[in-house]
Design a protein around this ligand. Sequence first.
Ligand SMILES: [Zn+2]
Length: 382
Amino acid sequence: MIEILFLLLPLAFYSGWRAASKDNKKQCEASNKLTDDYVKGVNYLLSEKPDKALEVFINHPDVDEYTAETYLLLGNMFRNRGEVDRALCLHQNLMARSSLNKHQKALVMFALGEDYLSAGMLDRAERVFQELLEEKPKNIDVCLPLRRIYEQTNEWEKAIEATNCLKSRKISVVSKQLIAHYYCEMADQEMLQGNLHQVEKYIKKAEKTFKSSTRVKVLQADLLARQKYYKKSFRLYLNVLKQDSRLLSSLFDRVTKVAIQTGQNKVFSHALFELYAHDDSVLAYLLTLISHDGANHMPTQFLIEDLSQKKLNIYSINKAIETLQKTPDITSEGEKLSLIKQALDNYLKGKAGFQCQHCGYKMQDYLWHCPACYQWDVVSHT
Ligand SMILES: [Zn+2]
């Protein structure tokens, strides 16, 4: 509602400006008509009747340079509220007005492009933004939405071009990271097609753009595995995991495969054990590897202490229980049960039992009224 009240500010300015030029009677009459329509339209908006408001604004015959910006803002407000049809209707109507100057036309075109983008009409949005770019090359405001479009359509070369257009403002680290991701996406596509030379080409380009990218290293390890250089691939995968253990969930199967190829399961499980010292979520993978291996070369005695003392995630607890079941000598059945109980107690400690379905706010106990968004009856179990 506050956003609608802001629309009244240009009205105040406009009325003041018009009142200052009272020497022309006709102009004053036109001003009154415009002011009446404007107030009528804003009133409809305030009474939550946007279609009627839209009708008033669209049917108003005179849109001049002073009111055009207000109409533009109104359309943007509709779009921000998720009412894209209304935004499109208003901006298209505004675009057809001959009274706009060149700068205002460009602003309305940009707003139209944003409307199309919000409506998922990517072809039209692209055409509008490309036209704006032709008129003013290196226009950063236009390059950003274009990049969003090409990311959605998987047109990575064009996404790179759109990101490079930001170079005029000294390309940032974030942009370099993005461009490296785009090259990696192209390398991924070529990998699926089995075009390994092309994969190599894109990896090199990505590496040149952003040397420290872990994604580039993952792709290099993938490529080495495809080329049957398993030992090199394995070493590189381990380096990547040391750099970022979060990648274990996506890399585990691949690393296990090359570890088996090179007979280095033991090396892999030791590497995971080292990672586990810093990242508890590694435990589930470590135990999976140990159970796959069958040789049971690694003692699982540490589980007793860790289950009772650490706050492990639910996947690790589940895997640990499975391991305990398979190793009868490790401890008695009664002790195993109390270990599981202790591990679950640790897991549940401080965990929110309820969550607001409206804003996502988490809480320990059930509340009728969400303390974050003040909605009623919106809390349920997490
Ligand atoms: Zn809430």
